[in-house]
Design a protein around this ligand. Structure first.
Ligand code: ATP
Ligand code: MG
Length: 431
């Protein structure tokens, strides 16, 4: 309207120029909107509703916009005399700008806004879902890592225990093969000793008979009797026989104990006499009780009750006694190193406890434990011993065998400087 009304040629020209630029911009924006030019930050192409608003009744916005642009272009091309307020192009432009076109624009813009809000909401929702998914994935990954950690710990534990049990079972296997080899000759000696004793008695009886009937033997025989000191032989022979019998009994006992100790079968439980198991373990450790340059003998005090046979993995219980008694000996040696006059004593007591259970107490008068050591003693690889002497596995294995494999209870009383007692409580039957 200003263009039409202005009398100033320069102003007119400037207005014409501005109008041309505005129209070009309008045309370009319109094209961009329809063709989804991403430089104008549209999220997605116009929806079917928006397209319908552009190209279909009742709005026909595309057509209206083009008509509006065409009219302005036409207006700008008119010769000056025709640029009058009642020019039909100008009439159209003014009417459209204030009425239909503006209303159609408003409708499309609010439709766009509504759609982009929904679209934005969906994006936000998606982002929330993605975030939740990533949180869940992180939690899952963390749980997995924790599981892996746990598995790794268990693997280490099993490996260490296998190593320990491997040592025990190699010891067991070695003993089993020694027992096997010794068994035959020992039975041979043992079985023949009773015959030898009878033959000896018979021969001595016969000899006495000869002497009674022939009190004056010829000189050659008399000389031989004196050379070999027959009277001494007659007197000593029964003693030799009985000490041979005692020796053979002892060997048989040792072989039997070795046989008990060498049981390594972990696949099924057997009925086992715990007193015998402890004795068989002591047989292996007997040498460690003997005096050394730096300490006297370790006294062993056994106080065995009459126990029922206990259902157990015999080889595993041997390992328990072995670990506990070895620890007791270590503690006594340390006590002796600290105090040369220390009393060195291990007491092993077995008894029947209430509720069909048996109890084994293994006590020593060794160095004892501080509360801190006592608190950590079952931890794997916890040791107070020098490198190469202790691996820190003994007690963790003991606890696993007793508590996990035999439904037992393991308690410990310890006082620093006084000694330690381990108390094992086991059910007689596992089922
Ligand atoms: N009878 C005991 N007296 C004093 N301390 C003990 C006794 N038994 C165990 N301990 C303490 O508990 C720790 C852990 O014992 P554990 O048997 O598990 O390992 P270790 O004897 O050090 O090594 P390993 O048995 O593997 O050779 C020992 O290092 C020791 O400090
Ligand atoms: Mg130990």
């Amino acid at each position: 309207m200003r263009l039409v009304c202005s009398k100033n040629a320069a102003e007119k020209e400037k207005l014409q120029h501005n109008l041309l630029e505005t129209i070009a911009l309008m045309e370009q924006s319109h094209k961009d909107l329809i063709n989804t030019n991403h430089s104008i930050n549209l999220l997605s192409p116009p929806s079917p509703t928006v397209r319908a608003m552009y190209f279909e009744a009742p709005l026909h916005l595309d057509k209206k916009v083009r008509e509006y642009i065409d009219r302005i272009k036409a207006l700008l091309q008119l010769p000056d005399p025709e640029l009058t307020p009642d020019n039909p192009h100008l009439q159209y432009i003014v009417e459209a700008a204030g009425g239909e076109l503006l209303a159609a624009f408003d409708a499309v813009v609010s439709q766009y806004q509504e759609e982009s809000e929904i679209e934005q909401f969906e994006i936000d929702l998606k982002q929330v879902e993605l975030y939740q998914e990533s949180c869940a994935a992180t939690a899952k990954a963390e749980a997995h890592a924790a599981q892996l950690d746990c598995a790794l710990c268990e693997l280490k534990e099993t490996q260490a225990q296998l190593l320990h049990s491997e040592k025990m079972s190699s010891l067991g296997a070695l003993m089993a093969s020694i027992v096997h080899e010794i068994n035959n000759p020992v039975s041979f000696i043992y079985g023949n000793l009773s015959h030898a004793e009878i033959y000896t008695k018979d021969l001595l009886q016969l000899l006495n008979l000869y002497r009674d009937n022939y009190p004056e033997p010829p000189a050659q025989i008399q000389n031989q009797i004196e050379d070999i000191d027959l009277d001494f032989i007659v007197e000593d022979f029964p003693r030799v026989m009985s000490s041979m019998q005692m020796g053979a009994d002892r060997i048989r006992e040792i072989v039997r104990s070795m046989g008990i100790f060498s049981r390594t079968d972990n696949s099924h439980m057997t009925l086992c006499n715990l007193n015998e198991s402890i004795d068989s373990t002591m047989l292996i450790l007997r040498n460690r009780l003997k005096s050394k340059a730096e300490r006297p003998d370790i006294q062993l005090i056994k106080n065995y009750g009459k126990l029922p046979v206990v259902e157990c993995y015999a080889g595993q219980l041997n390992q328990v006694f072995m670990n506990l008694i070895s620890n007791a000996i270590d503690a006594l040696e340390e006590a002796a190193a600290n105090r040369p006059d220390a009393e060195l004593k291990i007491s092993i007591c077995t008894e029947v406890a209430e509720c069909d259970r048996v109890r084994v107490r293994i006590a020593d008068t060794g160095i004892g434990m501080t509360p801190q050591i006592k608190q950590r003693m079952f931890e794997q690889f916890f040791t107070t011993k020098e490198i190469g002497k202790g691996t820190g596995l003994g007690l963790s294995i003991v606890r696993k065998i007793l508590v996990e494999n035999h439904r037992g209870i393991l308690q410990c009383e310890s006082e620093i400087g006084k000694g330690t007692e381990f108390i094992i409580d086991l059910p007689v039957r596992q089922t």
